[in-house]
Design a binder for this molecule. Structure first.
Ligand SMILES: [Zn+2]
Length: 113
């Protein structure tokens, strides 16, 4: 399951942060997820809850924010925000968009103890 591997990657990242910043517990994680990243926020929240058991992030709240993807239009040259693959350019209506961002997952904020 895709979301489970993401949750595990997130926990690995949290453990590395904990080592760097010397905190013992994660209380809340604010995540930004690109709209083009094929991530189901509910599935990710569930996977995180399961995968975090017994870790420093056990019971941590997960806030997931969806951020628009970014694309460059080959038709009119504009850089535009897109919400899904196969979107048309909002400026010229063309269908030749090259995705330039919005596929990744980023930690926005951490609340730690
Ligand atoms: Zn365009």
């Amino acid at each position: 399951m895709h979301e489970l591997s993401l949750a595990r990657a997130l926990l690995t990242q949290l453990a590395a942060e904990a080592e760097r910043h010397a905190f013992a517990r994660v209380l809340r994680v604010k995540l930004a997820i690109g709209a083009l990243g094929h991530v189901d926020p509910d599935a990710l929240a569930f996977a995180f809850e399961v995968a975090s058991k017994g870790t420093l992030a056990a019971g941590a709240a997960l806030d997931i924010e969806r951020v628009a993807g970014a694309a460059h239009c080959l038709g009119c040259g504009a850089d535009v925000a897109v919400h899904g693959r196969g979107d048309f350019c909002p400026k010229c209506g063309g269908g030749h968009l090259v995705v330039t961002g919005g596929e990744d997952m980023k930690i926005r904020e951490l609340e730690v103890a």
